[in-house]
Design a protein around this ligand. Structure first.
Ligand code: ADP
Ligand code: MG
Length: 238
């Protein structure tokens, strides 16, 4: 977290984001004027019932999906108004994703999986390998570099996904229920790791979680309800 006396830098901001999924027969308004300001170095939690639109919002915040209306400003720049080249660079360089289902590639080792976004971004193999290795060591997987996802436990797989999300040193890491498939012990360990990365590198996180226990430990928590995000006091999270 930032020193409380220092001015806080706004890293990313969602402004009045609306999202409507429309097909011929249906019109589903998932987000109806959702706004959120994320300061550099904080860990934000988003809670809400299943189907509330948490994943949809996270995807829009990370430039993976377009809003129907509204804006996402990254360091003041409208990410959807700069052209596809910018959006691609924003997604690859500035944002990292950790998905609930890990989305690891089964035919590749932990190391190769973690290297992947770096290679996509044009980094040379050697540097990508070094960075991925360092991160995998950081998350406690020094002895699992050559294991494939099928040879890892759930907690280990999720830690590979975390290393992959961080390999391009993103300004913002978005995590969609990262502990959703983990037992209590692995879940605590992953959250401890996230807090350490936050302290060590001032890494900013936005974390969608079902767990009240996790939400209580984050810096600020918002609830997505009726298509809008409202701040909730941590004391009321039971
Ligand atoms: N691509 C899509 N097309 C149509 N409806 C969608 C699409 N993605 C999500 N939805 C719907 O939007 C709602 C919110 O989904 P989601 O953001 O995944 O919720 P949450 O992550 O909070 O569980 C759900 O009702 C879901 O069925
Ligand atoms: Mg979801």
């Amino acid at each position: 977290m930032n020193d409380s006396s220092a001015p806080r830098e706004t890293l990313i901001e969602a402004l009045d984001v609306q999202k409507i999924f429309a097909s011929k027969s249906e019109r589903l308004q998932v987000l109806s004027g959702t706004s959120l300001r994320v300061y550099a170095g904080e860990i934000i939690g988003i809670v809400g019932s299943s189907g509330a639109g948490k994943s949809t919002f996270l995807h829009i915040l990370g430039g993976l999906d377009h809003p129907t209306s509204g804006k996402v400003l990254f360091r003041g720049k409208d990410v959807f108004a700069q052209g596809d080249g910018f959006l691609e660079m924003f997604r690859n360089r500035h944002v990292g994703f950790v998905f609930q289902a890990f989305n690891l590639m089964n035919d590749f080792t932990a190391l190769e999986n973690a290297m992947f976004p770096a290679l996509i971004g044009g980094m040379d193999r050697k540097t990508a390998r070094e960075k991925a290795e360092r991160l995998l060591c950081e998350v406690g997987l020094k002895d699992r570099l050559r294991h494939r996802p099928g040879e890892l436990s759930g907690g280990e797989g999720q830690r590979v996904a975390l290393a992959r999300g961080l390999v391009n040193q993103p300004d913002l890491l978005l995590a969609d229920e990262p502990t959703g498939n983990l037992d209590a012990h692995s879940s605590d360990a992953l959250m401890q790791l996230i807090r350490n990365l936050n302290k060590q590198f001032n890494q900013t996180f936005v974390i969608v979680t079902h767990s009240q226990k996790i939400a209580r430990k984050l810096d600020r928590v918002f609830q997505l309800h009726d298509g809008k995000l409202d701040p909730i006091a941590k004391e009321v999270i039971i």
